[in-house]
Design a protein around this ligand. Structure first.
Ligand SMILES: NC(=O)c1ccc[n+]([C@@H]2O[C@H](COP(=O)([O-])OP(=O)(O)OC[C@H]3O[C@@H](n4cnc5c(N)ncnc54)[C@H](OP(=O)(O)O)[C@@H]3O)[C@@H](O)[C@H]2O)c1
Length: 354
């Protein structure tokens, strides 16, 4: 592609961007969005979405990546609707398996390092302790199997790669559990939340920061990258409501009765958190996974230990409650003019990989 072509996706490098060109796939998604936001301060970024190339098309993928000549590729694109993967198996393996292979072959061709974003769903969830990187994968869902297939393709094609396993994501862009809870609080008087699955809620911006730390290293390998500590979905929901401006009273059966803090008790920040205007009292009930059947069975234990990051003194991940607070405040400051209207991008909807 000629440098004089206005459609050229590469711009001249500035001094700040001398570190390299980073191509990110899946930029319309939760993680891709924050990767772009963070890394564009230090790197020349090439954001790639389905509009630029479909990862299931080997030629489109190769042509785009060859033109871009990135030093690093962060492959965050995936078919992440875990339940839909059960009924659309071919699509799951084409996007998550073969798509990763296509990106890996193109990375090899241009000699780029590759970050492949993987998942806790490669494990079966039966272990009682947190999973470490060396634990044997045993995916129980089509989504998990297809992501594991992607991991294997990356390992077959490349020597300079990072596999980053993450879990229980939330971020500013896209559907996730935090947004779903806040929307339900405005629509329902009673919310039932699963209390027998454990994981580590993780903010996409924290993952982006951790990837930035690894980006310039040669510390290749498989990493677990989640927030410190763990909780159940029910405990996660209560913490979200706390930051949203509720006070909770939990009865002996575990049901939580939540009432909005009075105006003068609530901090300015909490008042403005999107979706938390005009709060009403709600009850949050803990339920079992059996009471909440879904097409794809979720792992009981999704807790990942960032063991390989810790061994190399590279772990920058924060305790999950601290990050959740930061996320809620960051949303708040971006939406400081919010009214009781639902802001753009704050959609009601099911979270994806949860
Ligand atoms: N969400 C979680 O809780 C979670 C947990 C563990 C691991 N992960 C992994 O983390 C990564 C990021 O997840 P996320 O939640 O940010 O994903 P997301 O919000 O669902 O976004 C997925 C992205 O992939 C793109 N995409 C899908 N099919 C594509 C195709 N055929 N060609 C090109 N692009 C395609 C989507 O583009 P369109 O907008 O055009 O559809 C979108 O930009 C994924 O690899 C996922 O497997 C997620």
């Amino acid at each position: 592609m000629s440098p004089t072509n206005p459609m050229d996706i590469r711009q001249p490098r500035t001094k700040l961007q001398e570190l390299g060109i980073v191509l990110v796939t899946g930029v319309t998604g939760q993680l891709g969005y924050d990767l772009i936001k963070l890394l564009s301060k230090d790197y020349q970024i090439i954001p790639a979405s389905r509009v630029n190339f479909d990862i299931t098309n080997p030629k489109m993928t190769m042509d785009f990546i060859e033109d871009a000549e990135p030093d690093v590729i962060i492959h965050a694109a995936a078919f992440t609707d875990v339940d839909a993967c059960e009924s659309q198996q071919d699509k799951a393996f084409a996007v998550n398996g073969l798509g990763a292979r296509n990106v890996a072959i193109a990375a090899r061709e241009v000699d780029a390092k590759l970050f492949y974003i993987s998942t806790d769903y490669v494990f079966d969830g039966a272990k009682t302790e947190p999973y470490r990187e060396y634990d044997h994968p045993n995916p129980q869902t089509i989504y998990g199997k297809s992501k594991l297939m992607g991991q294997e393709f990356v390992g077959e094609q490349l020597s300079r790669f990072f596999i980053i396993r993450i879990a229980w994501l939330y971020g500013q862009n896209g559907h996730n559990f935090v947004k779903t809870m806040l929307n339900l609080a405005r629509e329902k008087e009673e919310i039932k939340v699963v209390d027998d699955q454990r994981g580590s809620p993780t903010w996409t911006m924290d993952i982006a920061r951790q990837i930035r730390k690894l980006l310039s290293t040669e510390a290749y390998g498989t990493y677990h990258c989640t927030s410190q500590g763990s909780c159940t979905w029910y405990e996660f929901a209560l913490e979200i409501f706390k930051y949203a401006g509720y006070e909770a009273e939990v009865d002996p059966n575990g049901s939580a009765y939540l009432v909005p803090k009075t105006q003068d008790l609530r901090t300015k920040n909490q008042d403005l958190t999107p979706g938390t205007q005009n709060l009403r009292p709600i009850t949050v009930k803990p339920v079992t996974s059996e009471e909440f059947p879904r097409p794809a069975k979720r792992p009981t234990n999704s807790v990942l230990e960032n063991y390989m990051l810790q061994l190399q003194h590279l772990d920058t991940m924060l305790p999950w409650k601290e990050s959740l607070g930061k996320f809620m405040r960051s949303i708040d400051s971006q939406q400081s003019t919010v009214s009781s209207q639902q802001p753009k991008g704050w959609n009601h909807g099911q979270d994806r990989q949860t």
